[in-house]
Each structure stands twice: as C-alpha cells, then as structure tokens.
Design a protein around this ligand. Structure first.
Ligand code: FAD
Length: 382
C-alpha cells in the first residue's frame, strides 16, 4: 500500500515563497499527478506584513491589490525628485489578502495538501528526503524550504550582513498632510547618525498612511528609537492629533551570502532563505515570483537541485554595493541620491529588476563615486 506520508515534493514554510511555488505547481499540468505537501507552522490569516513592489499595469495580483500609485517621490536633504513611474506602477498588497487568495486557490487543487506542522529538521538521504516534523515525519523526492538556515559567523564576515529594519505605523492624522497619489519611497531628510536612515510613506488618503522609519544598517535600535523617529516626522509635517490604527515591524537580511551553498541534490532553499531577497534593497516579492518560475523550469530538467546556478552579474553588483554600504553606512543617502539624480526612474527600476543590458548597467554605475566602488572591487578581486 502506498505510504500516505510519501510525497513527490514537500514545501517547508507556507509564507510568500512557499505559497508562490505551490501555486505554480498547481497551475502547471506537468505536476498534475505529483503529490505536493506544504508544511507551515502557523496557518497565516493575519495582516502580518504588507508587500509593496513595482510592476507594469495589469497583473495576476490586481484582484488583491490594495492600492496602486503612478507617481512616487525620492527625497534627501538637498535633493528631491517626483518620479513618473510609467510604464510601472507602485503597488501594495496586504498580507492578509495574499494568504486568503493563495489558500483558497490551493484548496481547489486536489494533489496539494496543506498541513499545520512545525518542521524540526530535513535530511537528504540520497534517494529520498526525510522531513522531521513536530508531529510526524514525511518522505519526499524533493524538498523546498524557506525556513532560514543558520549562517556561520566566518561566512558573514566574507559577505557583510546589513539589515533593512523598520517599524511602521498605520496612522490617521488630524491634518491632511499626505498626497494620496504620491508615496515617498525614500525620504532621507532626517539625521543619519552614521547610518542609512529614511522615512517611507504609503499614503492611502490625505490623512491616512503607512509611515515606516527604516534603516539599512548592521545594528538594530531600541524599539522607542523607531517610534520616536516616526513621531518626529509627523510633528515636522504638522500632522496634528494622530491615531495609530495598526503597526508593522520587520527585519529583512541584506547580504550576498550564497544561501544556495546549503542546497543538496534533493533539497533547495527558497525565499529569503534561498537568497531570493534583492540584497541591495530588501525587495523580495517580485524576485520571488521570478525565482520560483526559474526553479520550476530547472526542476523539469531533472538535474540535482544543487546544480541550479544562482550567481549572475547582478549578484556581484549587489555584493560590491553592500561592501561599500557596510563600510560607509553614513553614505547611503548620497549613493541613492546620485542614483535618482542621474538616471531615469524607468532605468533604475529595470536595473533593480535585473533586466538591464550591460551598457545600461555601466551608465548606472558611473553615477556613483567611482573611487569607493573601485576600492571595493579591488578588495574582492585581490
Ligand atoms: C513586515 C515586513 C514587510 C515587508 N515588506 C516587503 C515589501 O514591501 N516588499 C517586498 O518585496 N518585500 C517585503 N518584505 C520582505 C519579504 O517579501 C518577506 O519577508 C517575505 O515574506 C519573504 O518570503 P519567504 O517565503 O522567504 O518568508 P516568509 O514569507 O516569512 O515564509 C516563511 C514561512 O516559513 C514558516 N516557518 C518558519 N519556520 C518554520 C518551521 N520550523 N516549520 C514550518 N514552517 C516554518 C513561517 O511561519 C513562514 O510562513 C517584508 C518583510 C517583512 C517582515
């Protein structure tokens, strides 16, 4: 009798990357007869995060997109720029809506099972992979996991580790201080205190917005420091009485650490745990969709999973950028200002989406102070 705990594929972690990968399996006739299991330690239904990203108009996410913007603003102490995002739009999806839609879609697919189970360990035995859960153990031919691996300290030194860390308030203000058509993607007009610090604003109306105080830096702050910075921003803008309707908080690793070195012939790390976060910006949503599609194409080649190539020239650009940003953390505002000053928004977004030509990349790179980057390049090569 077929063992009911035997699967073709197990996906450990049913967050962003796990659900996207499962959805691609579910929509592809190639996987129609494959048994797929998703193991998730907490079945998510809450609005634990909001995802923002840019993409062209009309997409598969339109039905759950909470808000769309056609313009945005970049701001620093001595430079600001209103950006026409065309052909892109900046979009926001609430975690709650994403989980609901994906869970509903997956429920309709009979060969995909979703279980509430905490994964304790994963062992690639060569011919099969055993996943040890808190309640049971499971077998699969291939396993994908978005559970973060532990990163060794000496490896961290080779690949500097910064964090995009932030606290966000969903606020309702007495005074109409927001332009509902224009999110502030980075507002560096605040004391940098030796770091890269900015305010990020997603406006929903003239007096409702999500305001996040964000840092790209190595060390975290005390909780009250994030809250104080948001309060200072609101005071500066003369917000009047403020009601905090909800909060969000996060920390996204910014590192070029090659997470894929932990893959084995039958197990692959996916999502942030697989290096699917764009390390120079922390944006993950769109890259996850792209990487999940690439992973499925690779899976169909039947080659061992650890043979999938992940490094490309964009990985190297991000590595150099992080080398510079971790050494000169106080210069982040300058680097981003120069990028926005000297390049069209379309080119910048295309570059961050890793869709530019080498010629276009040279143009972007020439916007930065060359000395800093040549120094970083020299150290990486020699
Ligand atoms: C608050 C916040 C806001 C963000 N905003 C943006 C944004 O605006 N744009 C953007 O592009 N990116 C954003 N990100 C970054 C990134 O998109 C998310 O972190 C994204 O969720 C990463 O996807 P993932 O699949 O790697 O991890 P997750 O979505 O976190 O999924 C991992 C899953 O694994 C589960 N899990 C963990 N351990 C176990 C275990 N032992 N057993 C079973 N299950 C387990 C977790 O419960 C979780 O559901 C944000 C991140 C945060 C935290």
């Amino acid at each position: 009798m077929e063992n009911q705990n035997n699967y073709d594929f197990i996906i450990c972690g049913g967050g962003l990357s796990g659900l996207i990968l499962a959805q691609i399996f579910g929509n592809d006739p190639y996987f129609e007869n494959k048994k797929v299991l998703i193991l998730e330690k907490e079945i998510k239904s809450q609005n634990d995060r909001t995802w923002s990203f840019w993409e062209e108009k009309n997409s598969a996410w339109d039905s759950i997109t909470y808000k769309v913007w056609n313009t945005a603003e970049f701001k620093a102490a001595h430079f600001s720029k209103k950006i026409d995002l065309n052909p892109f739009q900046y979009k926001m999806i609430r975690g709650e809506d994403f989980y609901k839609k994906l869970h509903e879609n997956l429920e309709k697919i009979s060969n995909i099972t979703f279980l509430k189970e905490k994964v304790i360990s994963i062992e690639d035995k060569g011919k099969e992979v055993r996943v040890f859960g808190e309640k049971k153990s499971y077998l699969a031919k291939k396993v994908f996991t978005s559970i973060p691996p532990s990163v060794q300290l000496h490896e961290k030194e080779k690949y500097p580790l910064l964090h995009q860390h932030f606290v966000g308030w969903f606020v309702k203000t007495e005074n109409p201080i927001f332009d509902p058509e224009t999110p502030q993607i980075m507002d560096f007009d605040l004391p940098q205190k030796g770091n890269t610090r900015f305010i990020y604003v997603l406006p929903f109306s003239k007096n409702k917005a999500l305001i996040e105080f964000t840092l790209f830096s190595a060390n975290f702050l005390e909780d009250n420091e994030y809250e104080d910075a948001i309060e200072e921003y609101l005071n500066r803008k003369n917000a009047g009485k403020v009601v905090v309707q909800d909060r969000e908080q996060g920390s996204i690793p910014m590192t070029s650490y090659p997470f894929w070195n932990k893959n084995t012939p039958n197990t692959m790390h996916i999502g942030t745990a697989g290096g699917w976060t764009k390390s120079s910006t922390g944006y993950t949503f769109q890259k996850t969709i792209r990487k999940a599609k690439e992973t499925v194409s690779f899976l169909k080649t039947r080659k061992p999973l650890d043979q999938m190539k992940h490094k490309n020239r964009f990985w190297f650009y991000d590595l150099l950028f992080l080398d510079v940003l971790s050494k000169h953390n106080e210069k982040g505002h300058l680097l981003f200002s120069l990028m926005f000053k000297k390049n069209s928004p379309e080119l910048i977004f295309k570059f961050l989406d890793e869709q530019t030509t080498f010629r276009e990349e040279i143009k972007i790179m020439l916007s930065f102070p060359t000395g800093l980057f040549i120094n970083a390049l020299w150290k990486r090569i020699f």
